[in-house]
Design a binder for this molecule. Structure first.
Ligand code: MIG
Length: 961
């Protein structure tokens, strides 16, 4: 077993909740009844012995082809394979034990589309092919039958085992065979991939390779699926679990590019290996699961957008978000009182830096208890008044909610959420039926069991009571839902429940002072301020980062199952599966074992919280930000990228995180801006506040005890933030249109460059830049002490990119790159030629004030004088929106046509139209038949500005010049 504790290049931070507190109760040791060979070389595989075709696909029986190998569990003799052509672009291949003993995700937990009623068997672009013995299958495209299959489990397509460890120093990557293995505690299936395939997704992970996964370098990589509370490690399993990938194939000869997707619908603990054996002419993907069944879905794409949309159609599309969710959010662990919290709101206002949503962390609680507020430091009535005051300024409030529910210390300790939950029987159990005890900040705790009948009711009630007591939240922040617990396994029946001392010194306390700074900042030389310069000298004195930041190239009821220590040890970063979470033998209502459902706890909490908010705030769009996610989480919540570090390296890593979660259909995502763990500094915070302004979820969050990092703390950061937020609020109609497309169709709002330019191979590993929608290219600075940044400009010279602020065309070199000026406080943003963006003309202090003002339109003509854009408008709050309006903007030489459809009445007028790329000085400008008076032409910028308009957007308009 491989247990790498912390492989990040950074030093160990003094506080991590992965530190294991107590090793008290030994999870009931179950002896292995069987001697497992721990080697699959003698596994016989399966052969197909009967097959029935239907209109929708086929069903076949497989039987074990020889003596059981019992590699890491007991082989099943009989399997059933179901192949269903669910749509023209989605094919399901499900292989399960015929006796249905293995855990499968209940329909009540994740609803999937109903089975097809028409046949797609002969029209689907995906074709299922098989060989009966040894049974293997492969997936091809109907449109391209001779191409390398998209997925291929044939032994003849895989390298010849046995193979020495493919990843050096990891013996578990010695490959002793590729048979189909289906045991109660071990399932293995291997597919061939093109050599060093372009694979994106599989997570949650911070991959050292970048957004494009490492398939070949140093043998490859391993994605482990096991939800874990761990401060953002590199190349390890962490909070969320997403067994879905997009693969992109590009044929240089035909210049054809196509993407497809593969999703394993399973909550089982697993390793997914992306490997390239030395000298092999292909790479491979190997699934190793410790339970469940194989339930694969293939998506035909063929564009990356289509793959992501097809995945969304299966697991669920992202929920609608209110416009205020796109405002700027401020949070930190360590606002210890209502006064300190209010001071932030005032300081932001005084500095004229927009603040949309104020947050509180666990400081809010009384004795760290969920659903409370401290009567002295956050009295309920004062909180109510404070939150209502915020609301009167169109500002919002979001508090934290921890996953663990405190257990009362003794009989006189009255804590209603526990008492009521106990009464309604809503908590996770031990195998003997007693309540399972864990330990988190408040001391000993219990955990909601989302499988129990009354948990939803209890959760909704608790949320309602909290709000009634003064915490009138607009949204909810769900933390610790991996689910985190500080004992290894159960804290035991004999736990001293009266002990509520915090399990670790909190960060900032004696013994846990925060002493870390960004990589090149030396506080022993520069002092603790974190300023860019101290006494005239730059504080960043080392540029090691330039080297680091290279572009990555690169079953509850089953007998005989060992719930406590499955024979195959997945590569869980901390080793034993029960460390820092609840024990794998903890039992949920209905008999579900934690081992099988662990990875879904967070998603189930998100669903329950979403349903509760729908009931408590009827007609409004719930805003929930959660840490541990699973397929379908996006239907209920957004995500923040967890406990990152105030390091330049993490500024870069946050881009791949945002891109990954677009694939996972959880597009509302963002990092702790300026960095969570450790002290930040002025320069890093400045760059980060600017970068995050172009990221869906925009929140500055900081750990307790670290240097303050609110955007007003440094003048340069304040300036940079004001500029970036103004740009963001100007672009709000663009953001909300992108998110409408996500909620309606699953189209990813934030995109890797290659999604839009899939035949440009030089873009396949670019993850230091990203696109917001199709048209806004962001090229952030990711390193200290620089005032320029190099970017690539897609389109190979065929696309005109204009600077967002100056409207100048970028001068791109022959290799497609440009070096851009990027002084501190400036983030490079470019508009794609051929686009038309609806904007707000006057960004205000809040999104509400911004929305109350008029619109403007920015049209960037391509050299052929063409541009096109769309915008979606609704009231920004209704759930689901019943009234909406769709605008299209389409420009050809000398003319722009606006069309308007829908039933939402847009009150704000279109005040200004800017058209870039107008080559000839216009003599006459007219707007819907009237000669325009107020226009200006700036010939060096080929820019026509028509101002002082008051165009109605509820009908068609024509502008000509
Ligand atoms: O064990 O609530 O990821 O954002 O500030 C630490 C305190 C618990 C972890 C979260 C972080 C939050 C912190 N929490």
């Amino acid at each position: 077993m491989v247990a790498r504790l912390f492989s990040g290049v950074l030093g160990i931070h003094p506080f991590h909740s992965q530190d294991v507190l107590v090793f008290e109760a030994d999870p009931i040791a179950e002896s292995d009844a069987t001697d497992f060979s721990k080697n699959v070389s003698s596994c016989p595989g399966y052969s197909l012995n009967s097959l029935q075709e239907s209109k929708f696909g086929l069903v076949a029986q497989l039987s074990l082809s020889g003596a059981p190998c019992n590699a890491f569990g007991t082989d099943f003799e009989d399997l059933t394979i179901q192949v269903t052509y669910e749509t023209d672009s989605r094919l399901r291949v499900r292989i399960a034990d015929s006796g249905n003993k293995q855990f499968t995700i209940p329909e009540s937990v994740i609803a999937r589309p109903p089975p097809p009623t028409t046949s797609f068997t002969h029209s689907s672009d995906l074709v299922f092919n098989y060989e009966p013995s040894p049974f293997s299958f492969w997936i091809t495209r109907r449109s391209n039958p001779d191409a390398t299959p998209l997925f291929d489990t044939r032994l003849s397509s895989l390298p010849k085992p046995p193979l020495a460890p493919v990843i050096p120093d990891d013996n578990s990557t010695a490959l002793d065979g590729f048979p189909l293995v289906f045991e109660d505690q071990y399932l293995q299936l291997t597919s061939s991939l093109p050599l060093d395939a372009n694979i994106y997704g599989l997570g949650e992970v911070i991959a050292s390779s970048g957004f494009r996964r490492n398939v070949a370098s140093n043998g490859g990589s391993i994605q482990t699926l096991w939800a874990r509370d761990i401060a953002d490690p590199i190349d390890q399993n962490m909070y969320g679990n997403h067994p879905v990938y997009v693969e992109h194939r590009f044929n240089e000869t035909t210049n054809e590019a196509q993407s497809h997707g593969v999703f394993l619908f399973s909550s089982s603990g697993a390793d997914i290996l992306l490997l390239t054996p030395p000298g092999a002419s292909q790479s491979l993907v190997q699934y190793r699961m410790i339970g469940g069944v194989f339930d694969f879905y293939f998506f035909s794409g063929p564009t990356p957008h289509a793959v992501i949309e097809q995945y969304g159609a299966l697991v669920g599309l992202p929920s609608w978000l209110p416009s205020w969710a796109f405002g700027f959010h401020l949070c930190r662990w360590g606002y210890i009182s209502i006064n300190e919290t209010m001071e932030q709101v005032q300081a932001m206002r005084a500095a004229n830096i927009p603040l949309e949503v104020m947050w509180n962390d666990i400081d809010l609680y009384h004795a760290f208890r969920d659903f409370t507020s401290d009567p002295v430091s956050f009295p309920g009535d004062a909180m109510r008044a404070f939150i209502q005051e915020l609301a009167s300024h169109n500002q919002h409030y979001i508090p934290i909610l921890d996953a663990a529910v405190p257990h009362p210390t003794n009989a006189t300790d009255v804590y209603d959420p526990y008492i009521r939950g106990h009464e309604l029987d809503t908590f996770v159990k031990n195998p003997d039926g007693s309540e399972y005890i864990g330990k988190v900040w408040p001391g000993y705790t219990v955990f909601p069991d989302w499988f129990a009948n009354d948990t939803q009711q209890w959760w909704t009630e608790s949320l309602k009571n909290w709000s009634d007591e003064g915490i009138e939240y607009s949204g909810i922040w769900l933390d610790m839902n991996e689910i985190s617990s500080f004992c290894q396994g159960s804290c035991g029946a004999g736990a001293d429940l009266s002990n509520t001392s915090v399990p670790f010194p909190l960060p900032g306390m004696p013994g846990a002072l925060v002493t870390d700074y960004p990589e090149c900042y030396d506080s022993s030389v520069s002092g603790p301020s974190g300023n860019v310069t101290v006494n005239g000298a730059l504080t960043c004195t080392d540029s090691i980062l330039h080297a680091l930041l290279k572009r990555g190239e690169g079953a509850g009821g089953e007998q005989g199952v060992n719930l406590n220590a499955p024979p195959y040890a997945i590569h869980n970063g901390i080793g034993d599966l029960s460390i820092n979470t609840i024990a794998t033998n903890a039992t949920h209502a209905g008999g579900f074992a934690e081992l099988d459902v662990h990875n879904m706890w967070g998603m189930m909490e998100e669903k329950a919280t979403h349903l509760a908010l729908q009931q408590l705030q009827p007609g409004k769009r719930p805003v929930i930000i959660a840490r541990s996610t699973f397929p379908s989480s996006g239907k209920w919540a957004g995500h923040w990228l967890g406990d990152n570090f105030s390091k330049w390296e993490y500024l870069y890593y946050n881009i791949q995180g945002i891109l990954q979660f677009q694939i996972f259909q959880i597009p509302f995502v963002g990092a702790d801006t300026c960095g969570f763990n450790g002290n930040t500094d002025e320069e890093l915070c400045n760059r980060w506040m600017q970068l995050s302004a172009f990221v869906p979820f925009y929140r500055n969050h900081n750990e307790r005890g670290a240097l303050s990092q609110e955007p007003y703390r440094w003048d340069s950061v304040a300036n940079a933030s004001r500029t970036a937020i103004a740009t963001r609020y100007t672009l709000l109609p663009y953001w909300t249109s992108l998110f409408a497309n996500a909620s309606l169709r699953g189209t990813p709002p934030v995109r890797a460059l290659w999604y839009e330019f899939p035949t440009e191979a030089e873009l396949f590993s670019v993850d230091k830049q990203f696109l917001v929608g199709a048209d806004i290219l962001v090229t952030p600075v990711l390193t200290p002490n620089v005032s320029t940044v190099e970017g690539i400009f897609p389109g190979r010279g065929e696309v005109t990119w204009r600077d967002y602020y100056t409207h100048k065309v970028v001068d791109v070199s022959s290799n497609g790159t440009a070096t851009l000026s990027a002084p501190l406080g400036h983030i490079n943003v470019h508009i794609r030629g051929g686009s038309a963006l609806l904007l707000h003309a006057n960004p205000g202090y809040t999104t509400t004030e911004t929305r109350e003002g008029p619109f403007s339109l920015l049209v960037s003509l391509e050299s052929n004088e063409h541009a096109f854009g769309t915008a979606y408008i609704d009231d920004g709050v209704s759930n689901p929106p019943t009234e909406s309006r769709n605008l299209t903007f389409s420009a050809t030489a000398g003319q722009l046509a606006i069309s308007s459809n829908g039933n939402f009445a847009v009150e704000q007028k279109l005040q200004q139209i800017t058209i870039l790329g107008v080559t000839a000085d216009p003599t006459d400008v007219s707007v819907s038949g009237m000669t325009a008076e107020n226009w200006q032409f700036i010939s060096e910028l080929q820019k026509l500005v028509i101002y002082n308009l008051a165009l109605d957007l509820n009908g068609a308009q024509i502008v000509s010049w």
